[in-house]
Design a protein around this ligand. Structure first.
Ligand SMILES: *[C@@H]1O[C@H](CO)[C@@H](O)[C@H](O)[C@H]1NC(C)=O
Ligand SMILES: *[C@@H]1O[C@H](CO)[C@@H](O)[C@H](O)[C@H]1NC(C)=O
Ligand SMILES: *[C@@H]1O[C@H](CO)[C@@H](O)[C@H](O)[C@H]1NC(C)=O
Ligand SMILES: *[C@@H]1O[C@H](CO)[C@@H](O)[C@H](O)[C@H]1NC(C)=O
Length: 245
């Protein structure tokens, strides 16, 4: 081994020991509630396990529901507990669902006030309660089974055409609500939905998308401020230099 190679390797070794930036103040390790659960890191944090400064604020606190096979859980102040199915850190999106498998029930009472989240696409759905005995008239529509029983069948529709139709039948209009759906154009393509798909939410603050895409680590600058920094971004230049002959 010649001298330049020895120096190169020594530099590489040192660069692995010395962090590329020195501004990052708190080290937070990733967490999960269970093996197949979403990875929990800034701006989220696992309450009781990661320090408060590992998350952005209380709105991003998550817990593990030990009574429900350690499902990753978020508590929305006005709407209660939801299972976190997925977190996309680069897109700043979180997909949530009802731990009790009746999401439409939760949608009827959904209130995102004082949460950091809004819908990616918000679409209006109107809920109707129709007599089950007249099911033949509603056959093309997709019922919400968890809200229906022997006497009444519940439907939710975004389509003005279907709203007109059901209003003219012996159905009772229950409520019109906004639903954070996965795709736009629901009004045109969906006549009715059982609304069991995850709710798609996004957060605008803190803005970590660009840092995430660069492979950086987003976090608060110190545990007492809400200033965001992006650290540990790989600088390919360093490595090109080290491996040049
Ligand atoms: C839930 O997590 C706790 C703590 O990590 C663990 O002791 C327990 O076995 C887990 N339970 C299930 C059902 O996975
Ligand atoms: C919601 O989750 C929190 C935190 O895990 C828990 O303390 C609370 O009991 C849950 N509430 C309900 C209604 O399940
Ligand atoms: C259905 O209607 C009948 C007659 O009104 C009533 O006795 C019964 O309790 C209803 N069933 C349900 C599940 O609501
Ligand atoms: C910030 O961290 C330091 C050292 O870890 C700790 O002494 C201090 O109480 C923390 N401040 C806040 C506001 O959490």
């Amino acid at each position: 081994m010649d001298l330049t190679k020895i120096i190169s390797f020594s530099l590489l070794f040192l660069s692995l020991l010395i962090p590329t930036t020195t501004t990052s103040t708190i080290t937070c390790t990733n967490a999960v509630c269970r093996r197949d659960g979403p990875i929990i890191r800034f701006p989220f944090r696992l309450k009781h396990q990661q320090s408060p400064s590992c998350g952005y604020d209380k709105g991003f606190d998550l817990t593990c529901d030990i009574n429900a096979v350690n499902r990753t859980t978020i508590t929305l102040p006005f709407s209660g507990n939801f299972t976190v199915e997925e977190i996309d850190y680069a897109a700043q999106e979180i997909w949530i669902n009802d731990p009790n498998n009746c999401l439409p029930q939760r949608i009827l009472e959904l209130n995102l006030n004082t949460t950091p989240f809004t819908g990616v696409y918000m679409r209006q759905f109107t809920f109707f309660n129709c007599p089950t005995s007249e099911y033949l008239r509603f056959r093309p529509l997709n019922p919400i089974t968890c809200l229906s029983d022997k006497n009444s069948t519940v439907f939710a529709t975004p389509s003005p055409r279907v709203i007109n139709y059901l209003s003219s039948q012996s159905c009772r209009l229950m409520k019109t609500v906004y639903v954070p759906v996965r795709w736009p154009f629901y009004e045109q393509i969906v006549s009715s939905s059982d609304l069991s798909d995850n709710l798609w939410l996004t957060w605008r603050v803190p803005r970590c998308s660009r840092c995430e895409i660069k492979g950086g680590k987003c976090g608060v600058k110190s545990n007492s401020s809400s200033e965001i920094i992006c650290s540990d971004v790989h600088k390919p230049g360093n490595y090109f230099y080290l491996f040049s002959p």
